[in-house]
Write a protein that binds this ligand. Sequence first.
Ligand SMILES: [Fe+2]
Length: 515
Amino acid sequence: MACYLRTLPPAPSPFFLCSPHPRQTNLSSAAANDPVRSVKANASAAEVARAGDRGANKLSAWTSIRQERWEGDLAVEGHLPLWLNGTYLRNGAGVWEVGDIAFEHLFDGYAMLIRISFRQGRATGAHRQIESDAYKAAQAAGQPLYREFAYRPKPATLIDRVSDVVGLITGTVITDNPNVTVAQLGDGRVVCLTETTKSTVLVDPDTLATVEKFGYTDKVGGMLQSEHPVVNESEFLTLLPDLFRPGYTVVRMEAGSKERKVVGRVECQGGPTPGWVHSFAVTEKYVVVPEMPLRHSTSIASEPPPFVEVPPFMVFHFINAYEEKGEDGQDTALIVDCCEYYADPSMLHTLLLRNLRASTGKDEMPDSRVGRFRIPLDGSPFGELETALDPDEHGRGVDMCSINPSRLGKKYRYLYACGAHRPCNSLNTLTKIDLLETTAKNWYEEGAVPSEPFFVARPGATNEDDGVVMSIVSDVHGDGYVLVLDATTFQEMARVRLPYGLPYGFHGCWIPGKI
Ligand SMILES: [Fe+2]
């Protein structure tokens, strides 16, 4: 039984956070090809490779996995703490090419789950492709058949076009490729998912086998969900962007159930379609519903909750949130922290695989910062967005964040994230940020691509940063390892060598081992 997150109260209040922007952008255009370096849609794998590599090193981070599955013992360099007993699961992209078709965007890759298990200073590992309908259909047909994040199958005939429109409305052509999140529910079941509701799938955390579709039993409906549900030992909480009646539905599902129940709903404030909700924040009492200028691009187009207008923002990942108290102990504001790109959605374009694979030596990654929203609870219509610490502390790059899960929804001090050592074209460091001292400790190795640093607390720990941080790293030679850092000092403790470099992944979870 995992116990990552503090139990939320029974009915957090929806709280709406809206960011109007004179320049509305949709997801399709933000992730689209630029006119200069474009590779035609449905380009062959060789064409994309030529456009992307330009003779530069091809890191395993941006290269499809060499085989569908592997498992075995892993060599440990250094010393793993003996208390580290459990399994780290990480989800992400594994395959970007099928037949002659090569996906162009990082987010399109077919899901691959990785398991790294620790016990008594030793480690074993495994990886395996998740058998979504989209993946199985692509393997059978020799080409992708579903709409992915940026990829659209090209209709060959008029019938194909009609089928595509009908399939879009019914959801049948939209992917179920669950390549973003893996989470253990309070009842022990493990799910993987992406932003389509039909993607939620049960997996076996030991064998990594795809068990079955999760299959929500409620009538809530909706095709979309946040890619980052908030999961704890008692519930699963998420947002459902509503394309047909533009707004956002907040739903909760109790552990052991498959039935989501509506907690609340907010209508769109700044546009005809919902903003993209990759993640959202919760405090002990509130769910913060963000509305970005970056919107879903489809043209299908109670008492309102409190609405606060804030400066424009562009966020993939919220870090944490909590209630600010006045001297009388009453809540005065919500503090909501996030990895923010100065309202610039161009990072989606940076994540095109050809951009990631290219190494021009120029500084090509947009700046990001730890953004801190202050949302007043006194009825004021405007909130603030400030920079929590000097972005140069982490190389003007910050994303793929984690915190000590016991601090979720509460005031906290430390966050762990990928940062930047510039010039660079992707996040290439690990950073520990101290929000109290407004300083950062950084880990960097030339040519390495580290993925999300994941914090695991030492059992019995009382200090917030007492534990380890682990990250799966692709190194300059194309090899891979799991880096284990002391979360307090941010010094290296061990490297767990992988059999070969693995593709870049997104998010993970920790399943404590049996004592
Ligand atoms: Fe994410």
